[in-house]
Design a protein around this ligand. Structure first.
Ligand SMILES: [Zn+2]
Length: 406
């Protein structure tokens, strides 16, 4: 594949006149309508007859035809122009070709992946628009109420361990990258051990765990890396758990992930890895659990129909204000897929206060720990989920699972 060239879009005129303007016009419109793919080729007109241009954008999963009267007779020239931009052969027609174009636009940078395939009249192209993954700042992670303040207080600590937990695909990486980006500066040494490295962050030394390097090995090496902040991709065995705790106790702010059910689950998990409660109490400063839930489309959602028992159950977990609007998915519309628009996170943050640290040290039960956490103001995953249900952002059935332990 050819090396990508960066193409700066030219703002379109009212009506594009030459091929360069037509291509810009199509691409700008594809970007502005948030299309994921662009399909361009020739098609028989419905009911037979001459071949006509067919330009379609895939928006929110649905292919939609686009008006093409501005294209004129330029089908071949458009394909040639796209090939020039993608730096691939313009003379080879009749063979499949792939290329890419990197672009900077006011909406952010993106990469276009082009795939040309031959047809009887020449060829057609499909373009996938890949937007650069944006790491939101902590303020845009979707944390409610005081949680953001608590996270920011934790970020100011010079040492200690912050554990992020949740199942695969729950958005842990985005959260950690957001927190690391908030901390990144030329005056701070940040090192990571990851499997794999998903993104390169400014002022961060990323290292990858591989066949011959484990999390535990890298963590031990970080002792001599004069680091301030350390991210250990995953604590998965006694060795890496011990290394993470040791780093947290020796003047490093350590981030890591663990597989547990909730924020409090970190304590017994670390104990199971052989970490003495005393060491957990003195190193753990925060534990964040997270999940992703489907977000309701605000355009077509409808009031929820829930039975009294369910409503009562919800209210015992979290009181419902009279202003609450409990909604459920609507029939679907132009702006969504089946009533949903992507997903949103739900968090549960345990801040280890002195009383909680004391309880961990004394091997208190999970029940006692939960009570102390509640007293300190922690909202559980179930309660956090209900905040989103009461505001009509997610539906009850999407978070039902978190409520079942009550
Ligand atoms: Zn909708």
């Amino acid at each position: 594949m050819a090396t990508p060239s960066v193409y700066q879009l030219v703002p379109p005129r009212a009506r594009p006149t030459n091929v360069q303007e037509i291509v810009d016009f199509i691409l700008i419109n594809a970007i502005r309508t948030k299309a994921s793919d662009l399909h361009f080729g020739l098609s028989a007109a419905p009911g037979g007859g001459a071949l006509t241009y067919l330009l379609r954008f895939r928006v929110h999963g649905k292919l939609q035809p686009v008006k093409t009267d501005f294209i004129g007779q330029s089908h071949k020239e458009i394909l040639t122009r796209l090939k020039v931009l993608a730096n691939i052969s313009t003379t080879e027609i009749g063979v499949p070709q792939d290329g890419q174009i990197a672009m900077n636009t006011p909406e952010g940078s993106l990469v276009l992946r082009l795939s040309f395939v031959p047809n009887p009249e020449g060829e057609e192209v499909v373009i996938r628009l890949q937007r650069a993954q944006k790491i939101p700042p902590p303020e845009q992670l979707g944390m409610t109420g005081d949680m953001l303040k608590s996270i920011q207080t934790l970020l100011q600590q010079k040492s200690g361990m912050i554990v992020i937990n949740g199942p695969a695909g729950s958005g842990k990486t985005t959260t950690i990258y957001s927190l690391l980006t908030a901390l990144s500066s030329p005056e701070r040494k940040i090192v990571t051990a990851e499997d794999p490295i998903e993104l390169r962050l400014p002022y961060v030394s990323h290292t990858a765990v591989g066949k011959n390097t484990s999390f535990a090995q890298l963590s031990k090496a970080f002792m001599r890396q004069d680091a301030d902040v350390i991210f250990i991709g995953e604590v998965r065995d006694p060795e890496s758990a011990e290394a993470a705790v040791q780093l947290a106790q020796t003047g490093h702010l350590v981030f890591t992930t663990l597989h547990t059910r909730d924020a409090l689950g970190v304590v017994p998990r670390l104990e199971a890895f052989g970490i003495h409660p005393n060491f957990i109490a003195s190193s753990l400063i925060g534990s964040l659990a997270q999940r992703l839930v489907s977000r309701l489309c605000p355009k077509c959602r409808v009031p929820a129909t829930l039975d009294d028992a369910t409503l009562l159950h919800m209210k015992t977990i979290l009181p419902m204000s009279p202003a609450a609007k409990v909604m459920q998915a609507g029939p679907g519309c132009q702006e969504c897929i089946g009533g949903y628009q992507g997903r949103m996170p739900v968090y549960e943050l345990l801040t280890v206060t002195p009383p909680i640290s004391d309880l961990i040290n004394r091997r208190a039960s999970q029940k006692d720990l939960a009570e102390a956490a509640r007293d300190s103001g922690m909202l559980t995953l179930a309660q956090e989920a209900l905040i989103r249900v009461y505001s009509g952002q997610v539906e009850y059935s999407a978070v039902k699972g978190y409520l079942s332990n009550y």
